[in-house]
Design a protein around this ligand. Structure first.
Ligand code: NAP
Length: 264
């Protein structure tokens, strides 16, 4: 459950609309800093020790599942929710859809477009990071850019893994090395790293976005195969791809009068 700054009940129907932003991405951060004319509550999962600076009143920690989030929406008087969590934060997204349905609160999903392979790319699709690792051929050295979840990976006896992570993981298998680093990384940096470590395959989740693309450009430049983990399926809801479109949606649905609050 939340550890700080829970929003209290809204007392006046004339007051500025209170909006819940489910954060944890660069887009969420940009929206939190750009949004005007609403009272923003920015929610972080609380898993990162040193999170980036966000706008709005920041709260941290889970809500306690669908029922907890639906209760929070009602008691905090939330007029609209923007789910700008990471494309792989599937549980939070599913909970947001279910809880907003229960509480009759309009919901927008802000999700950056997925990366798409070009003619020079050699991509292979997988539905989990574990499956992408299991498909490495004997003698491969896989570079894994997949966040915290990667620390549980075991490459098997004939391959090696190099993981890049922001925060230190727990104990790892002997065939796994870790590089601790924080983005952004240039294409040149990625090429140099892959060459220095003898990387033969890139393994990553299809997170999308400009800054994270550089590893794919480096793999293309070096002719490396990419084991790409597809995004998890999410329940349907109104969706946009840009911060500007999310702001426009908020302008429409989170007006103080509440007249438009139930429009799609
Ligand atoms: P997840 O599996 O979808 O969610 C697990 C639980 O964490 C949720 O059920 C919820 O707990 C809580 N939670 C997640 N996001 C939250 C938020 N913004 N505010 C409050 N509670 C939240 O999520 P995840 O994949 O562990 O990701 C956690 C956070 O890291 C998210 O904010 C996400 O945007 C960010 N992130 C994830 C990835 C990734 O690859 N998965 C990458 C970069 C950043 P309750 O059920 O108790 O409400």
């Amino acid at each position: 459950m939340s550890s700080e700054n829970q929003a209290g009940s809204r007392t006046s129907p004339e007051a500025t609309a209170r909006v819940l932003l489910l954060a944890g991405t660069a887009e969420a951060r940009a929206l939190s800093l750009a949004v005007r004319g609403v009272e923003l509550v920015t929610s972080l999962a609380g898993v990162t020790e040193d999170p980036a600076r966000y706008g709005g009143t920041v709260r941290r920690g889970g809500f306690g599942g669908v029922a907890g989030l639906a209760r929070y929406l009602q008691t905090a008087g939330i007029a609209a929710v923007v789910d700008a969590t990471h494309p792989f934060a599937a549980q939070m997204t599913a909970h947001a859809v279910a809880a907003c349905g229960l509480a009759h609160v309009p919901l927008l999903r802000l999700e950056r477009p997925a990366w798409v392979a070009g003619p020079q790319d050699d991509w292979h699709a997988f539905d989990s990071v574990a499956a992408a690792v299991a498909a490495l051929p004997a003698g491969a050295v896989g570079f894994v850019a997949a966040g915290r979840s990667a620390s549980a990976l075991e490459p098997g006896p004939s391959a090696r893994l190099v993981l890049r992570m922001i925060e230190a993981p727990g104990p790892l298998a002997p065939e796994v090395q870790v590089i601790r680093a924080r983005p952004p990384f240039s294409v040149e940096d990625e090429v140099a790293l892959f060459e220095a470590r003898g990387i033969t395959h890139l393994l990553c989740k299809n997170a999308g976005g400009g800054p994270g693309r550089t590893k794919l450009d480096a793999a293309r430049r070096l002719g490396l195969p990419v084991h790409m983990v597809a995004r998890p399926r999410a329940p349907e809801c109104t969706q946009v791809e840009t911060v500007a479109a999310a702001r426009a949606w908020l302008d429409r649905v989170a007006k103080p009068t509440g007249d438009a609050a139930n429009s799609p």
